[in-house]
Design a protein around this ligand. Structure first.
Ligand code: SF4
Length: 694
């Protein structure tokens, strides 16, 4: 723990790690952080914190920080340090040259859920107004894009329905494909408090997460399903609810489209969707499926919390809709203690999606083909805008290899480590004529870059993050940017060099523009955040102080819509050559690709990624605890150290992806969700063999 004497002043800001969005008081001595103290008034954390937000901020001043812009003509050349003016001029001239040579759609941008709302908004504005296309995407593509799609289809809004505090009114908590005590620790602790008070717990997860039988809590049901069978499971639970008369018919008649309910209920009631018919597919005994469904439907206020174990599948969007179906059918939506709650991975996944960093949507989830919306933005931005949706990240990569996508501006995102099938990603990056990376560190993607624009950390910038409960919280600058500029200023400089000036003087002016153009943000401003601390959107004329619980009297889309959830097995099948399934996740002390946490003392708690193997599978292969093992998939191979444990079921292995040398994404394939292209990180067929020595 780094502490540097007595603080002289303090500033309230928001953690830059996970989607809980904890509020902290940065205690400062001059430009030096003395310590980060969780804020008792924090709307999401009420004075609590975890080991990441509390201790893992040292990366901001780490010696690996790059603070001077760099360019190079070829990725084989050494980097040359240059002035900001030279770097921006070079980047802009390359983008113009490439568009002139390969066409308007040959360039695009990827923004990150680590960025503030204001930064993300500016990147999509840059693409739409200055690039003249819609080729903008965000790393939400690879995590929660199915949430956006599935909740919009069923409930009408691409966001979670509750406030975190709502869980204190839950009688039954169902956790599907999430690991709150590691992934969302402060909320995980709140969940444990409610469980200790007597709430019942159902967990659907292929692996025994801590909540299954951790200290002081024990799941009532652990549905240890096979990876890739989520949709079969949710449909079997729905079958029980419908066929055993557990539907809240009054709620459905009043609040939902009755036709869609009838169609859906007939579908799930079919005998082939019963627990007995599906138990062998799912890998969970029928009696456990029936008991869990009865508990969820009849146990009082029932809330569902889910994570990437739901979304990162070829049927991720279908599963999100299945969860919404179940909540609507049982009347578990629209009040405290219930709801459909996606646990967003990164600090600003919700915000990145809200801000229109998708190739088909303007800020506020409005389609680019909608003439009224386009006219609104054209008038505000003074440029004609493209009505055709742009390229998603996987399309950009494919077209880089096989088409005319030739330049990428990538802000705060390390696609060469975080995206699936690393070989494909690096081949695509190598095929581009210009890659511009804006980041704190020379990350894996920067290995393929021609321009490096040094970014700054959350401690050096102003803006806002939006957490998993739609809570917009202020990010306040506590130290001078080491690179000289906040990230939004760098985007604005690039835009100006492209002939489209963005004359903002402060991030607050960007938020004001967002508020003017986005109905759910009409009432949001820095001034309001100063007064209230944080605000949950929608915040507008109708809800001037925000909206903790959504869909209270009616759904955002009017009536809730049930959607059919036909289970389609993933094409990623096990066979003799690849007999095991690899699934991936996170650990408490580390964060995603580890770019930040690996540069803090937290790394000592998790110095390497390991692969968990069930004792039976280990014994079959002569593998002992701590052995190095080779893992081979259809995409590639890597080597990891084995950890033998019954946390995983036979036939399934599990690893984290926090260290680049682990190569977890070298072996994941580019299968993806049918609706959103979210990669199927959670199901990769593999073989594991012992390797004698590294
Ligand atoms: Fe930061 Fe999440 Fe930990 Fe809160 S729970 S301190 S937001 S990492």
């Amino acid at each position: 723990v780094i502490e540097h004497g007595q603080p002289e002043h303090s500033v309230i800001t928001t953690c830059a790690y996970c989607g809980v969005g904890c509020s902290f008081r940065a205690e400062m001595k001059g430009e030096q952080v003395v310590r980060m103290v969780p804020d008792k008034n924090g709307g999401a954390n009420h004075g609590h914190s975890c080991v990441k937000g509390r201790f893992a901020w040292g990366y901001a001043t780490h010696r690996d920080r790059i603070t001077t812009p760099m360019i190079r003509k070829s990725i084989h050349d050494p980097w040359q340090e240059v002035s900001w003016e030279e770097a921006i001029t070079y980047a802009a001239s390359e983008l113009k040259r490439i568009q002139a040579k390969h066409g308007r759609n040959s360039i695009g941008a990827i923004t990150s859920s680590r960025c503030t709302n204001e930064e993300t908004y500016l990147v999509q504005k840059l693409v739409r107004a200055a690039f003249g296309n819609n080729n903008v995407d965000t790393c939400a593509r690879v995590c929660h894009s199915p949430t956006g799609y599935g909740l919009k289809q069923t409930l009408g809004e691409s966001a979670g329905t509750q406030t975190f505090d709502s869980i204190m009114k839950s009688d039954v908590i169902m956790v599907i494909g999430a690991n709150p005590t590691d992934g969302h620790p402060v909320f995980g602790s709140q969940m444990k408090r409610r469980l200790r008070e007597g709430a019942k717990l159902i967990i659907a997860d292929p692996r025994a997460i801590d909540l299954v039988s951790g200290p002081h809590v024990k799941a009532d049901y652990h549905l240890k399903l096979r990876p890739g069978t989520n949709v079969a499971l949710i449909t079997a639970l729905a079958h029980v609810v419908v066929t055993e008369g557990l539907v809240d018919e009054a709620f459905v008649r009043e609040r939902c489209e009755w036709d869609s309910y009838q169609y859906w209920s007939e579908f799930v009631a079919q005998p082939e969707h019963s627990p007995e018919a599906m138990q062998d597919v799912i890998g969970v005994p029928a009696q456990d499926l029936r008991a869990a469904a009865r508990l969820y439907a009849t146990g009082g206020n029932a809330a569902i919390y889910y994570g990437l174990g739901v979304t990162e599948h070829s049927q991720g969007s279908t599963m999100v809709m299945g969860i919404a179906n179940l909540a609507m059918a049982t009347g578990n939506i629209g009040r405290e203690g219930v709801g459909v709650n996606p646990l967003r991975g990164q600090n600003n996944v919700q915000g990145a999606c809200d801000m229109g960093s998708f190739p088909h949507e303007f800020p506020g989830y409005r389609h680019v083909s909608d003439d009224t919306t386009r006219a609104l933005f054209e008038a505000a931005w003074g440029r004609p805008l493209d009505k055709e949706p742009g390229l998603r990240i996987p399309n950009m990569l494919d077209f880089a290899i096989h088409g005319s996508f030739k330049a990428l501006y990538c802000e705060g995102e390390d696609i060469a480590q975080s995206d699936p099938n690393t070989q494909h990603v690096t081949q695509a990056l190598s095929s581009m004529e210009c890659v511009i990376v804006q980041d704190l560190f020379l990350n894996e993607t920067a290995m393929y870059a021609h321009v490096f624009l040094p970014g700054c950390s959350f401690l050096e910038k102003n803006g806002t993050f939006t957490n998993a409960e739609r809570r917009i919280s202020p990010v306040r600058r506590v130290m001078t940017p080491k690179n000289g500029y906040e990230d939004w200023q760098i985007t604005a400089m690039l835009s100006e060099a492209l002939g489209y000036p963005m004359p903002y003087r402060h991030a607050s002016e960007i938020l004001d523009e967002i508020a003017r153009l986005t109905p759910t943000f009409h009432g949001v401003s820095f001034k309001k955040l100063e007064e209230m601390g944080s605000i949950q959107w929608p915040c507008n004329e109708e809800h001037p102080n925000g909206t903790p619980i959504m869909h209270v009297d009616e759904f955002v889309r009017g009536k809730g819509r049930f959607m059919i959830t036909e289970y389609v097995p993933t094409s990623e099948r096990v066979n003799e050559k690849y007999p095991l399934i690899l699934t991936t996740g996170r650990i408490l002390s580390q964060y995603n690709v580890g770019a930040q946490t690996r540069r803090t003392d937290n790394v000592t708690w998790h110095p390497e990624d390991m692969v968990e193997i069930h004792p039976h599978d280990a014994e079959d292969r002569g593998i002992k605890d701590g052995d190095w093992v080779g893992i081979t998939s259809r995409a590639g191979n890597t080597v990891l150290r084995a950890k033998i444990t019954e946390r995983v079921q036979p036939g399934v292995i599990y690893t984290t992806f926090h260290h680049p040398e682990s190569g977890a994404n070298v072996i994941t394939t580019d299968n993806s969700d049918w609706a959103t292209n979210c990669p199927e990180f959670k199901v990769t067929a593999v073989q594991v063999t012992r390797v004698s020595q590294l």
